[in-house]
Design a protein around this ligand. Structure first.
Ligand SMILES: Nc1ncnc2c1ncn2[C@@H]1O[C@H](COP(=O)(O)OP(=O)(O)OP(=O)(O)O)[C@@H](O)[C@H]1O
Ligand SMILES: [Mg+2]
Length: 308
């Protein structure tokens, strides 16, 4: 299948002079979940807004389902649903009407069965006749999701969809997203909760200062960039670190029974052998060992440091 989104050398300089996107190229396959990560002001919303046709690029092209977003904007736009970062709702409009209205904007006739399914899946059915101004922040965000899905888009953009949504509803929301993916919908999301990206995404892109630093399958990224941690449980407590150890990366738990060693799994010599030999020489037995892959958070932070 051809890519659902093709971004080619995209740049955006706002009138203020801010270079929000700097030569971004990226293709997105149908049915994948791509998480965009990056610090505040990195350019994530600008990228999403440009693909959705809300921001005019300074240079470069974007195709959605093969349609150029500028010359064939109508066809491109039909394929897209957007949940914007900023909540903007008509305060006196009722929830169900608001969703119906958005569907109408896309030129689609009424579909009450779809509306009911949508509102139920987002726990909004009971609120269907409430005015949007009567809703809590998390409910409003879910109304935005319902609106974005009202015309059954092929691509859904979620710009920080879980900001301000409680833990329970966040889980339900992600279930909705997984169900959509199972139906073949492509999902591009941004989040500042890295564990969410770790949990949900097939691929992860990192943006900083308008540049796409990398896009990689999540598993590959975490395996290759990640540092690992070795946890060694000792058969008797130590008073301090092994006296001959001068390589760093080692720490001892308060009770002296667990050594933790951070190491680079890609290094030719990880230092693990030396550590175990050191313990052996000191007559310290090992009860258990475990290694842990570093989290996405560590991967992310080290990437940004490299780009600083
Ligand atoms: N309409 C605008 N006019 C001028 N500058 C803008 C505009 N929108 C965004 N910017 C600037 O472009 C840069 C990228 O902003 P953007 O909103 O894309 O970042 P972001 O990655 O979404 O950040 P956040 O995580 O805070 O949402 C920032 O420096 C921002 O100040
Ligand atoms: Mg943003």
């Amino acid at each position: 299948m051809p890519p659902i989104i093709e971004i080619d050398h995209l740049s955006k300089r706002y009138d203020s002079g801010t270079h929000a996107l700097d030569d971004v190229s990226l293709t997105i396959e149908p049915g994948e979940i791509l998480a965009l990560l990056g610090p505040n002001g990195a350019g994530k919303t600008t990228l999403i807004s440009t693909i959705c046709g809300l921001v005019v690029p300074t240079s470069g092209t974007v195709r959605v389902g093969g349609h150029d977003i500028r010359s064939q904007w109508r066809a491109a736009r039909r394929l897209i649903g957007l949940v914007p970062q900023e909540i903007a709702l008509e305060p006196f409009e009722k929830v169900a009407d608001s969703v119906r209205f958005t569907r109408g904007l896309y030129g689609e006739g009424p579909d009450e069965a779809h509306l009911e399914k949508l509102l139920r899946s987002l726990a909004l059915w009971d609120k269907r006749d409430a005015k949007t101004r009567e809703l809590s922040g998390g409910m409003k965000r879910r109304v935005l999701i319902a609106k974005a899905l009202s015309h059954r888009p092929k691509v859904l953009f979620l710009d920080e969809p879980t900001a301000g949504v409680d833990v329970h509803l966040r889980r339900e929301m992600w279930q909705v997203v997984r169900d959509l993916r199972a139906e073949g919908v492509t999902i591009i999301l941004t989040t500042h909760y890295l564990e969410e990206a770790e949990d949900m995404a097939d691929r992860i892109g990192v943006i900083d200062k308008g540049r796409l630093l990398l896009v990689r399958p999540k598993a590959e990224l975490m395996g290759e960039f990640g540092r690992k941690q070795l946890r060694v449980e000792l058969d008797r407590p130590l008073n301090g670190l092994p006296p001959g150890w001068d390589e760093g990366g080692l720490s001892l738990s308060d009770d002296g029974r667990v050594l933790t060693y951070d190491y680079d799994a890609r290094a030719e010599r990880t230092g693990i052998g030396r550590l175990l030999a050191e313990l052996n020489a000191g007559g310290v037995g090992v009860r258990d060992v475990a290694t842990r892959q570093s989290s996405l958070e560590q991967v992310f932070m080290s990437l940004l440091e490299e780009n600083a």
